[in-house]
Design a protein around this ligand. Structure first.
Ligand SMILES: C[S@@+](CC[C@H](N)C(=O)[O-])C[C@H]1O[C@@H](n2cnc3c(N)ncnc32)[C@H](O)[C@@H]1O
Length: 244
């Protein structure tokens, strides 16, 4: 695939999905395109993308990796408990919430701690946001959630487990990290396993955005393989940084 073909595909994606994939690792984007372009004819694939929105959405969803699970990196949630600010009411922003498992995991620990809170959970993918809002998960979640938590926070249905009693404190909505304004008045941001997909040159722009979103001494939490390298934040624990 040559540069102009790649540029044309990125333009189609931007126009139809609203995401500027230039921010993502180039190799990952090319890899996804190569897998989707089954007959190796890139010009033909571009023509198909122009007329077939399903193909465009498939490609976008392949680049926007949505892998997630309840209590991903369980140690993180234990560590976070020790750093949750002491305030009467707390506001959380879960960035790149995918299908909702992370936001519900957070809500579970906040319920257990007896906190008053609001979680705003956002993702660029409308399909994932809708799934997150429905909160219905396959039986496989039993390997990530204790029996006690399943009984307290989920209802068993014929199609799997559906969250109960958590959704009233969570708003799921679409939000594009680069294009849309920061969500304001936030005490803790979880942006885990999202930064890793972006090219490093975009990080400062995002740190500025998170900085403006956070209240004084607010926390920015990232994934296990991610780091915040910015003079705007200091590390307070594994995966947890504080606004300076
Ligand atoms: C690998 S999932 C991580 C889910 C969850 N945070 C976790 O750690 O399990 C990454 C999510 O980030 C979302 N995402 C990627 N780029 C984004 C952007 N520019 N704006 C908002 N969300 C984005 C993707 O749609 C995907 O659902």
């Amino acid at each position: 695939m040559n540069r102009s073909q790649l540029r044309e595909i990125l333009d189609i994606l931007h126009e139809k999905v609203g995401v500027e994939f230039i921010h993502y690792h180039k190799d990952a984007v090319i890899n996804a395109i190569t897998k989707e372009c089954v007959n190796d004819d890139v010009d033909d694939y571009i023509e198909q993308l122009k007329i077939n929105d399903n193909l465009v959405n498939r490609l976008a969803s392949k680049i926007l990796v949505g892998v997630t699970r309840f209590f991903r990196n369980p140690q993180f949630f234990e560590t976070l408990k020790q750093h949750i600010p002491h305030k009467g009411f707390l506001r959380f922003w879960v960035v790149g919430c995918a299908t909702g498992e992370e936001a519900y995991s957070l809500a579970i620990i906040l319920e257990e701690l007896g906190c008053n809170y609001k979680i705003i959970a956002t993702d660029v993918s409308m399909d994932r946001v809708v799934q997150a809002h429905v909160g219905l998960y396959g039986n496989g979640i039993v390997s990530d959630i204790s029996k006690e938590r399943l009984e307290r926070f989920f209802i068993r249905t014929s199609r799997g487990y559906q969250v109960k009693g958590l959704r009233h404190n969570i708003t799921f909505k679409t939000h594009e990290l680069f294009e849309d304004d920061a969500i304001e008045d936030i005490d803790v941001i979880l942006c885990r396993n999202v930064l890793v997909y972006f090219d490093h040159f975009n990080y400062d722009y995002l740190y500025d955005k998170f900085y403006s979103s956070l209240n004084d001494e607010g926390l920015l939490c990232v994934g296990q393989i991610e780091q915040v390298k910015s003079s705007l934040f200091e590390k307070v624990d594994e995966c947890i940084y504080r606004k300076i």
